[in-house]
Design a protein around this ligand. Sequence first.
Ligand code: MIG
Length: 784
Amino acid sequence: MFGKIVSHKVEDNKIHLEFEKNKGILEVINPMIVNVFCPLKYNNHYSRAVENLNIEQCEILVQEKGSYIEIKTEALLIKVYEDFKVDFYNIEGKILCEDFREERAPFIRRGTISDAQDEGHNVDKQAHNHKIEVVKRLFGDEKFYGLGEKTGHLNKRGYYYEMWNTDDPTPHVESHKSLYKSIPYFITLREDSTFGIFFDNTFKTYFDMGKENSEYYYFGAEDGNLDYYFIGGNNIQEVLKGYTDLTGKTPLPQMWTLGYQQSRWSYSPEGRVKEIAKNFREKDIPCDTIHLDIDYMESFKVFTWDKERFPDEKKLLNELNEDGFKIVTIIDPGVKKEKNYDIYETGLKNGYFATDKDGITYVNRVWPGDSVFPDFSNKDTRDWWAENQKLLLNSGVSGVWNDMNEPASFNGPLPDDVQFENEGRNTDHTEIHNVYGHLMAKATFEGIKKHSGKRPFVITRAAYAGTQKYSTVWTGDNQSFWDHLRMSIPMLLNLGMSGISFCGADVGGFSFDCTPELLSRWVQVGAFTPLFRNHSGSNTRDQEPWAFDEETLNINRKYIKLRYSLLPYLYDLLWSGETTGLPVMRPLVLHYERDKEVYEINDQFLFGENILVAPILEQGKKIRTVYLPEGQWIDYWTKEVIDGGKYILKDAPLDICPVFIKKGSIVPNYPEQSYVGEKDIKELTLDVYPGQGQYVHYVDDKASYNYREGEYTLYEFIMKSDEKVAIDINIKHEEYKAYNSFKVIYNCNTIKEISFNEEKLDFLENNNKIEFIIPAISGKLVIR
Ligand code: MIG
């Protein structure tokens, strides 16, 4: 496809390579990130994921070495050969990633496809060759993470996936090649190195992670540019930072979005919504958000209300808001084709909808019946859609849930030749499909931001790389299956490894009927997932925390309350994630990548660095093995201190989700609240696990963008431990009025003396811990 290298030219950070048959560009983004590019479709990057490509001025050394060109940055050594083969080395000359030179050679398949198909089996066909194809050698030590929300396991090595946003109602299983989101990015972890590859191509893309043959893996596409980023780093965390520097970080959300959310298809009419709200308060279960699914609309027309079922939505939402409930409404992309329906007429008049190849507005069927599809690739359409958000905000809506935006359609998929404006680069559905939901979420985000002035809460089902900048995601229509509870963990962990920190799965499961035991175990996982929403499908049996029996209700209450006590910790994680790109829910490998035991852990995760969660994911199970990595860990429930670097057995009766806190942790806790903001919290609880460690706690107004102008307060805690434990408390930044005092829960009871700024303090002994209060000022706390 390329042939021999004819010449090369260096221009700033770009190395232009002239091959016999084509040209290629190697672009140094910074010493750790290099882009490999061939303008097969557009002359330059045309990215929906990377909005500000930040090119760093850095030293680049380019040398011709006979058969290859060598490029050196401060961190990487790259060799480019004929046929645009590119090999990446670290600066010491150790090979990280090498292009495969031979022909692809699939493992053998025998038997005939048709026999199996005739009986109704799904059959994998031999993969074909792709117009764009980058084949990399497998050295044998690779583990792969990322690729968005694919089904299956944490480690993607040995599996094959496709990126084509898909709403597939059949139960999600390991053989699904694609679901709702397309995130063409993965991290490779090798024995002593790691790197990421982001293939920025919005057409249908293919990722074979060593399934076809164990000698190589590849990614490919039929169209678009060859445009991929090699992202180096000293560890996975740096790679993830590099990727999110390119595609954006998950921004700090409003705090209420981290509370418990209740949904169902659908709470309607208004009396039912009130009843749900009342139940939460009466049964003493904290809840911040109720979702309104499609039935709040008149004939499923977006931006309308059904006046029979919701006669006065403003009054209703206002009452609910007063009681501490935020309302999130669903908005699908499909606009009902109906004369005199304002949204339809306006869109039609202005040419905001996608058309067929003859320029006639394209129609397919979704919930409202015959519907048309906003062309979100058109800036004017996005601006109009953003303005429409005002209609929801004016009704008192606090967040918007974007569904069906793959886009899904009932009358067959949108044909490939549906036309999109694409900011003047007219194109068809094959290029826009995978970013349709992404662009809808972007428009929604921008509209809410502009008209509310607060941090928007958007949830989207379809997504592309970079959607984290605009929206939270959920993993779509799972089932009330134990296996889906189990699989939600690697799915969410890989979303986090793909830059999408704020994510969740429907707690309790969407389709099929949930059981009390399943809901009890699911809420235990949900309490540690960033988006904590119980949602279920039409006609499935009730699944609210009180739907079953007293025991299930109590377990729901216990874990939802635990979540509310951990809110300041969770908020801190999202705040720091704005800089680091690290997700809330983390596979153990993100913090212990040199520990081989953790590479394939699918059933445990870290909630931030300090909290390890090892939930029960099987019916009837009351005990499980837990792997504790190096260091010492404290059983959250018993306060037993356990040495890590080994497996332990942990009893887990139905009301216990095994949780372990890393020694040396300081975990901020809130007092009980029914919803975020119910109380003006002037005293923060610090749950202290004595040891060496540090922690930074962040406080702001929980809702606005003022923090970006400096209106926040930062507390830094540095804990040192020898024969005594000393905690230095420093207020690093103080522009938001935060706490008067800290209530310290010190998880150790062999204490003789406590002093703060050299003044002795009284303390209370209580089981395995002691409690005392100090003022929330800078100072030194000493515990002997
Ligand atoms: O075709 O709005 O994934 O959460 O409840 C079903 C109804 C459409 C699919 C979403 C689900 C939602 C449902 N929607």
